[in-house]
Design a protein around this ligand. Structure first.
Ligand code: GDP
Ligand code: MG
Length: 600
């Protein structure tokens, strides 16, 4: 069944996609605007008429920037999503995906900061909207657009043109036939002077898409009331007027809670001698429900024409794209071939044959010959008798031996590097699309080689570190477990006997064989870990990020340089890019619409 949630949610998602692509109410566009086809509710009114108060009251939260002057300087697209009772209330900005705001004071700050980010603190205005979603059990599904307040004069520091700029921007929103106008007027001013009504009357003379909202009923002079307006006699609209009592400035200063304010508002109408008979159709909660329901009806009615607009646009764009030529698919060639046979086989050849053979050929026999052991141990530990194992001698022998592993380790990295390089060279050369663009082809090859060089460096650092780690692992335990010396150490009587033994050949032979078995163990370990390091640093990286690297390199280039690469006209490329983005938007929108099941 189609729920209100799914319909308004649908429009919310399409609106967000539109903004990401620069399609929003105030934007200038060479494409037909999808945004304009979507129904939305825009809040308009003079400065201090109570716009922010109404919005906050609908949401039930304080979150809008306050202050004198023009506080709202960019449109705020406020999307309200009703969540299950008891769930945590939070807010999210389109420009800060993944960050959940639960502190609404921070939401206010972010709106201010994000406004300044575009308008640069100059008090200028900008038509680029800020998108804010609020998820709460206390709201109804509704999307509202807060617009800068209409003013009559520019104040200190503002350009003279600000009055017309604001009116122009508000007008671009409200003149769209799909815009529902929430026209805010304060009750303590003559309705005939209302900026909101003046503008609404111009763009919606029949009053069918205008909702009149009368704020500040509590501030009217004693003995007067707003029944002429609320009952439609002063200014007739198709929809009934809604009266509102927001928090006064004094309430705000006293931090009166929004929920308390809603209750007070209900009480105000329920007990009012003037409006008692209208009380079920007054107040901000009623207004929220009324708007939500209306928005849903309008969306439902608009869906068929939105769908047909989308389909028509897709057809047009597809045929334009056929005319312009499709964007080149560079991806397929480069990434596809890597690690497919025979490249993969050659890499495994390095690990299965070359590396083990190189390890076997290391000159440990020479390094651990009796003569060499004698020399190293004597130099390291001196000729004095020791009660414990000649630790320094062992260390030198082992470190000396481990040094030999660096050679085969680095050679494996190089061997794999050349296999990868050859693969990339071939795949770039054989990619059909690339043959059309020799300059691009050369750039890709250069970027790929640069990336492979980096992977190679990384690979080398990693394998050398693996080797170094093996020599750092000479623990106290290792020396303790060595035979003979340990036995004799605690026995003074045997010490003299061992002195002669210490210089015997058998003693050095034992040292040689202990070191040799340690080195054998290390060799076994490295035979397994070097391939892992190489795959991690080079092969996997090449598979996963060669293209990323390429894209960032290419991405740094300006459109003009890019088109030189493609040997094509920049204007043509730009148009193709725009068409492709648009097409993506329309297709995403079509999928969104298809995903909602229609119960009629
Ligand atoms: P905006 O400039 O249109 O956004 O107006 P605000 O919502 O900021 O309201 C301007 C001032 O009017 C604030 O001090 C509000 O507290 C006050 N205000 C707004 N609505 C009402 C209302 O219904 N009753 C009272 N007493 N004060 C209100
Ligand atoms: Mg305001």
């Amino acid at each position: 069944m189609t729920t209100m949630e799914s319909l308004i949610g649908l429009v919310n998602r399409i609106q967000r996609a539109c903004t990401s692509l620069g399609d929003y109410g105030g934007g200038d566009n060479t494409f037909s605007s999808l945004w304009e086809a979507l129904p939305s509710v825009a809040v308009v009114g003079g400065q201090s008429s109570g716009k922010s108060s109404v919005l906050e009251s609908i949401v039930g939260r304080d979150f809008l920037p306050r202050g004198s002057g023009i506080v709202t300087r960019r449109p705020l697209v406020l999307q309200l999503h009703k969540t299950d009772d008891g769930s945590q209330e939070y807010a999210e900005f389109l420009h800060l995906p993944k960050r959940r705001f639960t502190d609404f004071a921070m939401v206010r700050k972010e709106i201010q900061d994000e406004t300044d980010r575009i308008t640069g603190r100059t008090k200028q205005i900008s038509p680029v909207p800020i998108h804010l979603s609020i998820y709460s059990p206390n709201v109804v599904n509704l999307t509202l657009i807060d617009l800068p307040g209409l003013t009559k004069v520019a104040v200190e520091g503002q350009p003279e043109s600000i009055v017309e700029d604001i009116e122009g921007m508000v007008r671009t929103y409200v003149e769209k036939p799909n815009c529902i106008i929430l026209a805010i007027s304060p009750a303590n001013q003559d309705i005939a002077t209302s900026d909101a009504i003046k503008l609404a009357r111009e763009v919606d003379p029949s009053g069918d898409r205008t909702f009149g909202v009368l704020t500040k009923l509590d501030l009217m002079d004693k003995g007067t009331n707003a029944l002429d307006v609320l009952e439609g006699r002063s200014y007739r609209l198709q929809h009934p007027w809604v009266g509102i009592v927001n928090r006064s400035q004094a309430d705000i200063n006293k931090n009166v809670d929004m929920i308390v304010a809603r209750r007070k508002e209900r009480e105000y109408f329920a007990t009012s001698p003037d409006y008692g008979h209208l009380s079920s159709k007054m107040g901000s909660e009623y207004l929220a429900k009324l708007l939500s329901k209306h928005l849903e009806t309008v969306i439902r009615a608009r869906i068929p024409s939105i769908t047909s607009l989308i389909n028509k646009s897709i057809d047009e764009l597809e045929s334009e794209m056929d005319h312009l030529g499709r964007p080149v698919a560079v991806d397929a060639g480069v990434s596809g071939v890597i690690l497919k046979r025979p490249g993969g086989d050659r890499i495994y050849g390095v690990f299965d044959n070359q590396l083990p053979a190189a390890l076997r050929k290391l000159p440990f026999d020479r390094h651990l010959s009796l003569q060499s052991v004698k020399k190293v141990v004597s130099e390291a530990d001196g000729y004095q008798p020791h009660l414990i194992a000649p630790e320094q001698g062992y260390r030198r022998l082992i470190e000396g031996a481990l040094n030999y592993f660096r050679g085969p380790a680095e050679a494996s990295v190089d061997a794999v590097h050349f296999v990868l390089k050859e693969l990339v060279r071939k795949s770039i050369g054989e990619t059909q699309e690339l043959k059309r663009f020799p300059t691009l082809q050369a750039e890709i090859a250069a970027a790929a080689n640069e990336a492979l060089e980096r992977f190679r460096e990384d690979g080398k650092k990693t394998v050398v570190r693996l080797v170094d780690m093996e020599s750092s692992y000479l623990t106290v335990d290792f020396f303790r477990r060595l035979p003979q010396e340990v036995e004799k150490a605690g026995n003074p009587a045997a010490a003299t006997a061992s002195t002669t033994d210490r210089y015997s050949e058998g003693h050095f032979r034992r040292i040689g064989s202990n070191v040799s078995s340690y080195v054998g163990m290390v060799s076994e370990t490295l035979r397994n870990t070097i391939p892992k390091a190489v795959v991690h640093c080079q092969v996997r990286e090449a598979k996963q990020s060669l293209l990323n690297y390429f894209y960032t390199q290419i991405g740094k280039k300006e459109g003009k340089q890019l088109s030189q690469l493609l040997d094509e006209d920049p204007a043509l490329m730009e148009r193709r890019l725009q068409c492709a983005k648009r097409l993506e938007l329309y297709k995403a929108a079509r999928d969104e619409i298809d995903s909602v099941s229609w119960a009629r």
